[in-house]
Design a protein around this ligand. Structure first.
Ligand SMILES: Nc1ncnc2c1ncn2[C@@H]1O[C@H](COP(=O)(O)OP(=O)(O)OP(=O)(O)O)[C@@H](O)[C@H]1O
Length: 288
C-alpha cells in the first residue's frame, strides 16, 4: 500500500485560551487532490500553514511526505510547493527574471522557466514588471512560483479568489494538467464549491476546528437528504422526495406513460450538503 503524502491526526492549535483546531484528522494519498472547505474562521488556513511548516501546532500529529513539517529541512522543503498570496516585495522584478531566479533554488529539478511561464499563460507578460500585473496574472505567477521546483505536494490556499470566471476555468485546467502529468498531491482551500467538486477527488469540511465531513463529492451530496422529483399530471403539479429518484420516475411512467409532463429530478448538491452540515454543526455548538 502506498503511504499517504499528507497525514494528520488529532491536530490541535490553540491561540491563548482559544482552540482554533480541536483534533483535525485526514489524509491525502499520492496524486490525490483534497479540498478543504469550511466557513470563515473554521481553521483551513491554520491547517495548511501547519502542514507547510509555517506554524507550530499545539498538539496531535502531522506528516507531509513522511516528515513532521515542524522539523522539515531544506531537502523536504524542496519537495513541497507553496503558493504564496503575492510577491509584493518583488514589484520591480520582471516575471521571467523572478521565475528564473527561483528556479536556481532547485538545481536539476526545476522547470525550464520559459516552459513554465508558457504553461501558466504568461508568455506575453514575461518581460513585464510584477507590480504592473493584473490580479489574475499575479495569481498565475504565484502558481508558477509554487510549481517551479516540481513539488511532490502542493498547497493552495484559496487559489482562485479574485479571478474572473474565464481565468478561473483556465486555472482549473492548468491545475488538472499539472496533476495529471506529475501526479502531484494537492491540498487546496476554497469557498467555491464548484471548484472543489471539479478539482478534488476528496472533500474535507471543517467547522470550528473540527472535521464534520470527509468523502467524495458524490458521497457528501447524499448526506444532504433525499432527491426531489417534480412532475405535472392531468394539469396538476406534484412534488415527491425520494431516496431513489430513478426508480420513482420509472414507476411514474409505467403507471401514467405519456400523461406525465415536465418531469424534473433535483439531486442534492454539494452546496446543499455543505450548508446542511454547517447548519447542523452550528446548531449543536449553540445548544447549552
Ligand atoms: N495568529 C493568530 N492569533 C490568534 N488567532 C488566530 C491567529 N491566526 C488565526 N487565528 C484565528 O484562528 C481562527 C481560524 O483562522 P483560519 O485563518 O485558519 O480560518 P479559515 O478557515 O482559513 O478562514 P477564512 O475562510 O476566513 O480564510 C480564526 O478565528 C482566526 O481569528
Amino acid at each position: 500500500m502506498e503511504t499517504n503524502v499528507i497525514e494528520i491526526d488529532g491536530l490541535r492549535m490553540r491561540y491563548g485560551d482559544r482552540d482554533v483546531l480541536s483534533g483535525v484528522g485526514f489524509a491525502a494519498r499520492p496524486g490525490e487532490v483534497v479540498a478543504l472547505l469550511g466557513p470563515n474562521g473554521a481553521g483551513k488556513s491554520t491547517t495548511i500553514e501547519i502542514l507547510e511548516g509555517f506554524r507550530i501546532r499545539t498538539g496531535g500529529s502531522a506528516a507531509v511526505l513522511g516528515t513532521d513539517p515542524a522539523r522539515g529541512d531544506e531537502r523536504w522543503r524542496a519537495r513541497v510547493g507553496i503558493v504564496l498570496q503575492a510577491w509584493r516585495d518583488h514589484a520591480r522584478w520582471r516575471v521571467r527574471e523572478l521565475v528564473g531566479h527561483q528556479a536556481r533554488y532547485y538545481p536539476g529539478r526545476a522547470w525550464d522557466p520559459d516552459v513554465l511561464i508558457a504553461a501558466v499563460g504568461l508568455t506575453g507578460q514575461a518581460g513585464q514588471r510584477i507590480g504592473l500585473l493584473s490580479g489574475g496574472q499575479r495569481r498565475r505567477l504565484d502558481l508558477a512560483l509554487g510549481l517551479i521546483g516540481r513539488p511532490e505536494v502542493l498547497f493552495l490556499d484559496e487559489p482562485t479568489a479574485g479571478l474572473d470566471p474565464h481565468a478561473r476555468r483556465e486555472f482549473h485546467q492548468l491545475i488538472q494538467d499539472v496533476i495529471a502529468e506529475y501526479r502531484t498531491t494537492v491540498l487546496l482551500t476554497t469557498h467555491d464549491l464548484d471548484e472543489a467538486e471539479r478539482l478534488a477527488a476528496r472533500i474535507v469540511i471543517l467547522d470550528a476546528g473540527r472535521v464534520i465531513a470527509d468523502g467524495t463529492a458524490a458521497e457528501l451530496a447524499r448526506i444532504a437528504g433525499p432527491d426531489e422529483v417534480r412532475w405535472r399530471l392531468h394539469g396538476e403539479q406534484h412534488i415527491e422526495t425520494t431516496s431513489d429518484a430513478t426508480g420513482f420516475a420509472y414507476e411514474l411512467f409505467r403507471r401514467h406513460a405519456t400523461a406525465v409532463e415536465n418531469l424534473e429530478i433535483r439531486r442534492s448538491s454539494l452546496e446543499d450538503t455543505y450548508l446542511e452540515l454547517v447548519r447542523r454543526a452550528e446548531d449543536k455548538a449553540a445548544r447549552p
